[in-house]
Design a protein around this ligand. Structure first.
Ligand code: MLT
Length: 316
């Protein structure tokens, strides 16, 4: 059941073995994956800490159901938009994340999607597997010399920028919080939001989901873009107004999109973006490399244990 000196940690989504081992050296570890919200609320009253990825919504009800026992929520990843931070504060619960271990994985996935989208890899692969040999249908566009707008110049955005520079792209970025020195060191021009979206041939999204960024790409924003722009999103689905993106793809403003994230995950079977022939999709794989998941598991295990020992402050 866990005690003050031997607490119980509920791991509600798959976590790498090295992280679990570290947790077990300090706590009882209950790995219960695929819990319904009701099952999570029922279990949480017996737990001192909870570890989740992005698939679990840690709602006010979860904090309430813990009846004051839950002391730490660990988010095995960067984005903490699936945790009700207001409720966490109210119920005196720390929220910690793993801010660094999956940075490279997310940047590499963005670059992979960028190339796959520009060269129609997913569509051509599906077509050839159906026995078709359609070379002229899948003529792509080149990346060299094109302008890419990196929207959000944090850890992932700046790693993506370095890689895009390596591909010979002209990189601009918008981020109200970015340091001009850091951008200059990488060779990136920081520009206002409107200029970034209006001048880019490619747009790659790397901002967190907050009230200010929710649906930041909307009809009005698409209408300002260059006709034929291509968009990559490995950040959060809800930073795009998905219906507006469907309209922009159908009108030709947006030539193609590559999406790793969706407002509702998993998306419904009839999701228009998933089914759209101009859209390349992956199921939220940005952080899913062997190396990143090992790193994230250790990073979050250390943060949760540190918080349970009273050594860490909340990252929220
Ligand atoms: C993150 O926020 O770290 C990523 O979206 C990865 C994940 O949720 O697993």
């Amino acid at each position: 059941q866990g005690t003050e000196s031997n607490p119980t940690v509920l791991v509600a989504e798959k976590l790498g073995e090295a992280g679990l081992e570290f947790l077990r050296s300090f706590a009882n570890v209950d790995c219960s994956y695929n819990l319904s919200h009701e099952e999570l609320c029922a279990k949480i009253a017996l737990c001192d800490a909870l570890i989740v990825r992005s698939g679990t919504k840690v709602t006010r009800e979860v904090f309430k159901s813990s009846a004051g026992r839950l002391r730490v929520v660990g988010r095995a990843g960067v984005g903490i938009d699936n945790v009700d931070l207001g409720a966490a504060t109210e119920y005196g619960c720390l929220v910690v994340n793993a801010p660094t271990a999956n940075t490279i994985a997310a940047a590499e996935h963005s670059i992979s999607l960028l190339g796959a989208m520009a060269r129609n890899i997913a569509q051509a692969n599906a077509s050839l597997k159906q026995g078709k040999w359609m070379r002229s249908k899948y003529v792509g566009v080149s990346l060299i010399g094109k302008t890419i707008a990196v929207m959000g110049f944090g850890k992932v955005g700046s790693e993506l920028a370095r890689r895009a520079k390596g591909l010979g792209m002209h990189v601009i970025s918008h981020d109200p919080y970015a340091s001009a020195d850091h951008a200059r060191a990488i060779g990136v021009d920081l520009v206002p939001f409107d200029e970034a979206i209006a001048t880019a041939d490619f747009i790659s999204l790397h901002m967190p989901l907050t009230p200010a960024t929710s649906k930041i790409l909307n009809d009005q924003c698409f209408s300002m873009m260059k006709k034929g722009v291509r968009i990559v999103n490995v950040a959060r689905g809800a930073v795009i107004d998905e219906d507006a993106l469907v309209r922009a793809l159908d009108s030709g403003i947006v030539a193609q999109a590559a999406l790793d994230v969706f407002t509702l995950e998993p998306p419904l079977a009839d999701n228009k973006l998933v089914l759209h022939e101009k859209v390349t999709v992956t199921p939220h794989l940005g952080a899913s490399t062997v190396e990143a998941q090992e790193g994230v598991a250790i990073e979050i295990a250390e943060a949760v244990v540190g918080a349970l020992k009273g050594e860490l402050a909340s990252t929220a």
